[in-house]
Ligand binder design. Structure first.
Ligand SMILES: [Fe+2]
Ligand SMILES: [Fe+2]
Length: 290
């Protein structure tokens, strides 16, 4: 018993004799282990939290790069298909590129005035403007390329390029859903020959019933047609085209779109002159034109 007491003394005896408790020491060791573990966990969490925003940012950048690459591919395919359609009757070359540049100038001038015009709207209208005449692929060469005066029947056939293009894009929209890109492409293909006073085609839409995207493309398209040479007409200078467009303010063209054109007419002149010079600085040199 004495032996047991000597070698395994009850804790109260030890405490009483030495003031030292084994249980207290174990508790102290455990406490320091727990503290050390806690500190390590806190350090790890802090490190993880510090790195988390970087990881999220990196993931977002990667995603942005993927989206950007997809959008670039889509732009290239669209422009390629539109150029293919245009190549059948393209007398002027680079019509689509110039229209894109003019559409951007008008849309950017409208941005501070209209809630519906934001960066997404601008990019979508610029992109889809290339498809405005895509329906010309459905017009026979004998009509589309006829050099002389068109009969009423032939003119009516050419005008069908709006419904051919619009119906094709509408079928895609029905299949793929109401993607803003397809919606805008439909609006432009159907309505870029509508006139603000209701005398256009194919539906005779009037005023703001004509989608804004199509009202913008209408002016850009006509400005380019006026300032380009054809076999049957000379190219107008910028100031002549400006007068012709002002003359149609409120009849052919939406007055608000004409005002946006006037606000950015230096940009129009710059694109036109650079394209005529044929050197760098043409429509492709403008920002954001792929
Ligand atoms: Fe057209
Ligand atoms: Fe056109």
């Amino acid at each position: 018993m004495l032996w047991a007491v000597r070698f395994h003394p009850p804790e109260p005896l030890v405490v009483a004799a030495t003031g030292w408790s084994p249980m207290a020491q174990v508790a102290a060791v455990m406490a320091s282990v727990i503290l050390a573990l806690g500190a390590t966990i806190v350090a790890l969490v802090v490190r993880y939290e510090r790195r988390l925003p970087d990881a999220i940012l990196e993931a977002e950048h990667q995603n942005d790069r993927r989206v950007e690459a997809r959008l670039k591919s889509r732009s290239a395919v669209i422009l390629g298909l539109a150029k293919l359609a245009e190549s059948r009757d393209d007398e002027t070359g680079r019509h689509l590129e110039r229209v894109r540049a003019y559409v951007r100038l008008i849309a950017e001038a409208l941005e501070p005035r209209l809630d519906e015009v934001d960066r997404d709207f601008i990019e979508t209208v610029v992109e889809t403007s290339s498809l405005h005449d895509i329906g010309k692929v459905g017009i026979p060469d004998a009509v589309l390329l006829k050099p002389g005066r068109l009969s009423d029947h032939e003119r009516e056939r050419i005008q069908r390029h709006t419904t051919i293009g619009g119906d094709t894009l509408l079928a895609l929209k029905r299949r793929w859903g109401d993607d803003p890109f397809l919606v805008t492409a439909c609006e432009i293909a159907f309505a870029h020959h509508e006139r603000y006073d209701g005398t256009g085609y194919p539906f005779g839409l009037e005023g703001d019933v004509i989608p804004l995207s199509a009202r913008i493309v209408a002016l850009a398209d006509v400005y380019d047609a006026l300032t380009c040479e054809r076999v049957y007409k000379r190219a107008m200078r910028h100031d002549e085209a400006r007068e012709a467009i002002l003359d149609k303010r409120g009849t052919h063209f939406d007055p608000m779109v004409v005002d946006a054109f006037l606000e950015r007419e230096e940009g129009f002149r710059r694109v036109l002159e650079a394209e005529r010079a044929g050197g760098p600085g043409g429509a492709d040199a403008l920002p954001a034109i792929p």
